[in-house]
Design a protein around this ligand. Structure first.
Ligand code: UDP
Length: 324
């Protein structure tokens, strides 16, 4: 099993690489290290330092003969995508088109794509299943949806079978401590809380405590990054066995509020973690929870590490090394 992982030096990518290596795959990582880290590379995996925007080097790397590719080489900050959409158009959309064209040229016929729950936008009902209307609220979500649509065309026209994995809120770190890279300037809740706990950020801003939720703070479906990683391997097996494309949600199916996560992090870290209530962040819904029934049925996937304690404890295991 030979797998090419684009964006394999990133936070989620490195966990996906680990999962494939653990299952005996021969892995090549392709990454431009713009947000990925050398520290996240494993000696057992080959590494190509390259950009998905450079078609020739991409095609060269892809022509080595792979059974599948996993594409995680994307920008992911929803807020930033509303201020700098150009960046997201070029990297996320044009970059993926390059990969697909190179796949068509080099004969890679299985494509595992990191998509996002951001394709749904404001929820019309909960839990959100894959039939929920698709109305992204931010440009980032739009790029993911556009790519899903392009994937369906390349499936029909170029016989590239895809698995589009719609992640809910990825969090946590490898429970056995093999991945230690800290994201630079994280915009997500748990890494921000961890930075405050480690003393590298002064305080957490809680974006709104007047939502219509039990404690007033926003509720999200957090899914452990190792659970996400396992789904990529299962998706590869699915594509191999069925030769049919697939679009599935990956979420834990349970909601956690900002306060619940903060309280757990305070308990687990033993740190005060100063927090103050700030205005709501524009475009943030009160509550998002996934249905992952389809992933369970099609892939046999189950979230095993996505409880609040594991999310906080596996993160702290890594962030405590930065504790000042
Ligand atoms: N959040 C917060 N303070 C922060 C970052 C996030 O209160 O500094 C809240 C945010 O409003 C949402 C939840 O935490 O309710 C998760 O936000 P995140 O940006 O991690 O992911 P999103 O759900 O926006 O993709």
């Amino acid at each position: 099993m030979r797998i090419l992982i684009l964006g394999g030096a990133g936070y989620i990518g490195s966990h996906v690489v680990r999962e494939f290596l653990d299952n005996g795959a021969e892995v090549t990582v392709f990454d431009n290290l713009s947000s990925g880290l050398r520290e996240n590379l494993f000696p057992e995996a080959a590494f190509v330092h390259g950009s998905i925007l450079d078609y020739d080097s991409l095609r060269r790397a892809m022509s080595e003969g792979f059974d599948a590719m996993v594409h995680l080489a994307a920008f992911k900050a929803a807020g930033e995508s509303m201020i700098a959409p150009e960046k997201y158009s070029v990297n996320n959309i044009s970059g993926t088109i390059n990969i697909l064209n190179a796949a068509a040229e080099t004969g890679i016929r299985r494509f595992i794509f990191s998509s996002s729950a951001a394709v749904y936008g404001e929820p019309e009902y909960l839990p959100i299943d894959e039939n929920h209307p698709l109305n992204p609220e931010n440009y980032y979500g739009f790029t993911k949806l556009e790519i899903e649509r392009i994937l369906s065309w390349y499936d029909q026209l170029k016989e590239i079978k895809f698995a589009a994995l719609r992640y809910f809120n990825a969090a946590g770190y490898d429970p056995t401590g093999r991945i230690t890279g800290l994201e630079q300037n994280p915009a997500n809740l748990l890494p921000i809380i961890m930075e405050v706990a480690a003393g590298t950020r002064p305080a957490l801003s809680i974006f709104g405590d007047d939502y219509n939720t039990p404690d007033g703070t926003g509720i999200r479906d957090y899914v452990h990054v190792s659970d996400l990683a396992a789904a990529h391997y299962q998706a590869f097996r699915y594509l191999e066995a069925k030769n049919t494309s697939l679009t599935v949600n990956l979420g834990s199916e349970s909601g956690l509020s900002v306060r619940e996560i903060l309280d757990t992090a305070r308990r687990i870290t033993g740190k005060e973690i100063p927090a103050r209530v700030a205005p709501r962040r524009p475009g943030d819904p009160a509550k998002l929870v996934a249905s992952s029934r389809l992933a369970r049925e099609r892939l046999g996937w189950k979230a095993l590490h996505s409880d609040v304690e594991s999310l906080a404890a596996t993160s702290w295991q890594v962030y405590k090394s930065a504790d000042a």
